[in-house]
Ligand binder design. Structure first.
Ligand code: TYM
Length: 339
């Protein structure tokens, strides 16, 4: 029997802010610990996506380099996976246009992140960029260009991956079987890490209020302070229960603790009789989880040439992989191939 080809994994993160504990527990940790070893995995700093909201060019450049450095510091190994910057591979933008020709205006407007971000931009008195609406077409292109089977993401990206599936199916039905239909995979716990101060909203890297956000490069004492000041729920102090609906603050801490220590949030809850003890153990667990990453980040910063070399080789391989499929998609929709 013919050997089954290796599964293909693709995922990305956008350089719109410093990476957070949410990015790490929801996505990056799995890329590092599992995905890169069990499949042909590609990971990208998706810089084109950072241009969908008002941005400072120098900051995007800096955050792109920092995100790539952090991903290597977290443990992505170029011997086992491909790491690259999205804008270095033209196929993403090329295919995005075909995805815009496959998707409908209504589908794009239904995206939760579009609605949320439109509200935020409007609140700040800024115009909404057209690219914010078409963002999911570019994201679909990112995924479909590589024949991706699995997309490891946090919960907030599920809707975008569902849309990508719909677009792949629709395209294949109309024009022939060009794309693999991907599926999202989520972590066992901490698929949606919440803001420590406002546990009803997601811990997001581009939020203005930062006291409830743990950044991967926060100093240990800053991490401790943020966790110790986390909003817990009113209710009898000492009553530590895992209930995301009625106790979102405590549940968030238990999720984080479970993700960092490998336990189960519900089981861990039984071991606590006070919020203070839970916060202290969670703070310690987060600090220990981030410690090696911070140390490796410092080493890599001293050798920026190493990161650049990884990104150059990554983009080369990504281009080689994406080109034939994007060419096939261009031919399938009726565009005359260059002679
Ligand atoms: P981004 O940059 O917002 O987030 C990167 C990854 O981190 C996850 N994540 C979280 N997980 C748990 N709790 C949180 N609070 C949290 N915050 C973020 C996200 O789910 C994501 O997996 N549109 C994507 C980037 C993207 C992409 C792609 C992803 C562009 N093209 C193709 C996968 C495949 C985004 O904005 O992720």
């Amino acid at each position: 029997m013919a050997e089954r080809p290796r599964r293909r994994i693709f995922s990305g993160l956008k350089p719109t802010g410093h990476l957070t504990l949410g990015n790490y527990l929801g996505a990056v940790r799995r890329w590092v610990e599992e995905d890169q070893y069990r499949a042909d995995a590609l990971f990208s700093v998706v810089d084109l996506h950072a241009l969908t909201v008002e941005h400072d060019p120098a900051r995007v450049r800096r955050l792109t380099r920092q995100a790539a450095t952090l991903l290597l510091a977290a443990g992505l190994d170029p011997a086992h996976c491909t790491l690259f910057v999205q804008s270095h591979v033209d196929e993403h933008a090329r295919l995005s246009y075909l995805m815009e020709c496959t998707a409908s205006d209504g589908e794009m407007r239904r995206m939760i992140q579009y609605k949320e971000k439109t509200a935020r931009e409007t609140d700040h008195g800024r115009g909404v960029r057209l690219s914010l609406l078409t963002y999911p077409a570019l994201m679909a292109a990112d995924i479909l260009a590589y024949g991706t089977d699995e997309v490891p993401v946090g919960e907030d990206q599920t809707q975008h991956v569902e849309l990508t599936r719909d677009l792949a199916l629709r395209f294949n039905q109309r024009y022939g079987p060009v794309f693999t239909v991907p599926r999202a995979t989520r972590p066992r716990v901490a698929a949606r890490v919440m803001d420590l101060r406002d546990p009803t909203s997601k811990m997001g890297k581009s939020h203005a209020e930062t006291s409830g956000i743990v950044y991967l490069l926060d100093e240990p004492d800053v991490v401790r302070r943020k966790v110790m000041r986390a909003t817990t729920d009113s209710g009898a102090a000492g009553d530590v229960r895992y209930d995301r609906e009625s106790r979102p603050g405590v549940a968030n801490l238990l999720d984080i603790l479970a993700a960092c220590t490998g336990g189960e949030p519900g089981t861990l809850a039984a071991g606590y009789s006070s919020y203070g003890a839970l916060k202290k153990d969670t703070a310690d667990a987060v600090v220990e989880t981030l410690r090696p990453l911070r140390a490796r980040h410092a080493l890599l910063c001293a050798d920026p040439g190493q990161v650049e070399a990884v990104l150059r080789a990554g983009a080369e391989r990504a281009r080689e992989l994406a080109r034939p499929r994007v060419d096939a998609a261009y031919a399938a929709v009726g565009l005359l191939p260059p002679g």
